[in-house]
Every structure is written in structure tokens, then in C-alpha cells.
Design a protein around this ligand. Structure first.
Ligand code: ZN
Length: 110
């Protein structure tokens, strides 16, 4: 995926900085894109569901067995999150349709 405004490649690092997989901001020229990816809603719903389950599980482990056993779970969740970020990125790069969002320039986009 290449930014249609400045021809900068949208890298994984750019992906990582996006708050949602539905909006992208070019790391170079700050152009915003609306991203439409088929199946993304389903994917995000699954991810949210998975993390709610894991968080509940982790809280249970924490209150039953203490921090010692909760830490590996937190590490696992962070590792899983990274894997999901990589998956989301390659998914969007492959299937996502980027369309620039026209907006008024404001001083907030620094
Ligand atoms: Zn750009």
C-alpha cells in the first residue's frame, strides 16, 4: 500500500500507530484515509471477544493465584496482540481499499 498523496509506503509501523484499522493516517504527509476491508468487522469482533475472554481469565487467575501466574498471561496477551497487529496489517495491505478523507486543515493535526 502506497499513500496516494505523497507516494510513501505505508509500513507495519504506520499500521501499528493507527488507533483503529478503519482509519489510516500517512506517517509522512498526514493524509487521512478511510479503509474498507472486507471481513474486517468480523475479524475485529473476534479479536475483541477473544481479549474480553482473556482479560476475564487473567483477572480470575490473578485473584485466585496471584500476580505470579497472571504475569505470563499478560505477556501472552501482549504477544497475541502483536500477532494480531501483524495479521491485521497484512490483511489490510492485501484486501483494504484506501480512500483519502477530505477534511479542513486544523491545527490539531500536528
Ligand atoms: Zn502520504
Amino acid at each position: 500500500m502506497i499513500c496516494s498523496n505523497c507516494d510513501t509506503k505505508i509500513t507495519f509501523l504506520t499500521s501499528l500507530k493507527q488507533p483503529t484499522p478503519y482509519r489510516y493516517k500517512c506517517g509522512n504527509c498526514k493524509t487521512r484515509f478511510k479503509v474498507r476491508t472486507p471481513g474486517m468487522n468480523m475479524f475485529m469482533a473476534l479479536v475483541v471477544f477473544l481479549f474480553v475472554l482473556l482479560t476475564v481469565g487473567m483477572m480470575n487467575v490473578y485473584f485466585s493465584f496471584g500476580m505470579l501466574l497472571a504475569v505470563p498471561m499478560i505477556v501472552f496477551m501482549i504477544a497475541l496482540w502483536m500477532i494480531i497487529e501483524v495479521l491485521t496489517h497484512s490483511f489490510i495491505m492485501e484486501k483494504g481499499v484506501f480512500s483519502p478523507i477530505e477534511e479542513r486543515r486544523t491545527e490539531m493535526n500536528v
